[in-house]
Design a protein around this ligand. Structure first.
Ligand code: KG4
Ligand code: ZN
Length: 347
């Protein structure tokens, strides 16, 4: 096996990323740098990511991210063997910025180019962090995604189910907005929930009565809205304790539904009789402590290893794209200068 150094680029949502990942001769990988330039302040006033603003910021920042990634790794472009870039799915303006930058670098330095599916980047992360062998079960939970995947190979993913409406991170963000808490909503809702009583308000457990692994979160958000409005009408305002109870109740409902659907996905996955059964999580919502402990219980009960990568590798980053590019390259994937940016690209 040869040593390979890859430069990865990520620009599909609101983080501009560049990373250098190195594959050692023994096949293990190492992150030499992982630069993320966020855009939170840029979108803060709008209550969500504004695609036009995101695209412009990616175009402005991607070269800077690349320079920082190279200098942190103590390298120049001449030390790089491969360029990997997120080619979708995502906000098309941002994806285009990354793909055009990658093509320019690859053409200028005469390097091979590999287009990576952003979701494959998330899904392959446990191989980078924990060296998980195929097949493993993955729950991808972020602000934009929610799905169960059996990761069978570098380029083979079986989808067992997913959300039919909002992603859980989106629901956390909306609930935070409803209750006047700071964005991103996940950490603020989790913080407020600590002093709340999850049983104070009864929220629905959507789709629990339906077989399969599909999920729904938009009704839950509406239930929080209704309860809030009733509290406001009855007592002319929201008390801090009410906010805590609402957050705790909402978070418990999300965790309950995700845990039960994960248990079902696990049964399906275990029927493949994997040699080293594992449940891995990725995406920003995987940072949630209440959710993590429920999921690790589900894994324990099933006799599976629970694998939660460090937070900076759960959220959007370029190291996962670099690593997925390495794996795809090892698998024979090569893209030409006709590589296109895809807004939609199911795994
Ligand atoms: O993966 P990510 O950085 O970006 C994408 O959505 O692709 O995930 C961001 C999402 C946000 O919706 C944020 O509120 C949520 O992850 N999040 C959390 C927590 N930390 C971040 N949700 C629940 N609990 C948390 N502790
Ligand atoms: Zn993502």
């Amino acid at each position: 096996a040869q040593t390979l150094t890859v430069l990865g680029l990520e620009s599909s949502c609101d983080d501009t990323g560049a990373a250098i990942v190195h594959k050692r001769p023994d096949g293990t990988a190492e992150i030499l740098s992982n630069v993320v330039i966020g855009q939170a302040e840029l979108h803060a006033a709008f209550g969500g990511v504004v695609p036009e603003l995101a695209a412009r910021a990616h175009a402005e920042k991607i070269d800077i991210a690349v320079e920082q990634a190279l200098s942190t790794a103590g390298m120049g472009l001449r030390d790089v063997d491969l360029i990997a870039v997120t080619a979708g799915p995502g906000l098309i303006g941002g994806v285009l910025s990354g793909v055009m930058c990658a093509k320019g670098l690859a053409a200028g330095a005469g390097l091979p180019l590999v287009g990576v599916n952003h979701l494959a980047g998330h899904a392959l992360t446990p191989r980078l962090t924990n060296g998980l062998p195929f097949p493993y079960l993955m729950l991808l939970v972020s602000g934009g995604h929610c799905q169960f995947l059996i990761v069978e190979a570098v380029d083979r993913f079986s989808r067992l189910g997913g959300t039919i409406d909002d992603a859980p991170g989106e629901a956390f963000d909306k609930v935070a907005r409803l209750l006047g808490l700071a964005q991103p909503g996940g950490p603020s809702v989790e913080g407020a929930a600590r002093s709340g009583d999850a049983a104070r308000f009864a929220f629905p457990r959507p789709l629990l009565d339906r077989p399969g692994c599909d999920l729904s979160f938009s009704g839950l958000k509406t239930a929080v809205l209704r309860t809030r409005d009733k509290l406001v009408a009855d007592q002319h305002g929201l008390r801090e304790a009410d906010v805590a109870h609402l957050c705790a109740g909402f978070q418990a409902a999300v965790a309950d539904v995700l845990a039960e659907k994960t248990r079902r996905a696990m049964l399906n996955y275990l029927s493949l009789t994997p040699e080293r059964p594992a449940l891995a999580v990725a995406g920003g919502v995987a940072a949630n402590g209440a959710l993590r402990s429920r999921l690790s219980q589900v894994a324990d009960t099933a006799g599976a290893e629970f694998c939660a990568p460090p937070l900076n590798l759960c959220t959007d980053n370029a190291a996962m794209i670099a690593f997925a590019g390495l794996e795809a390259f090892g698998n024979g994937q090569r893209d030409g200068f006709d590589l296109s940016a895809r807004p939609r690209w199911p795994l």
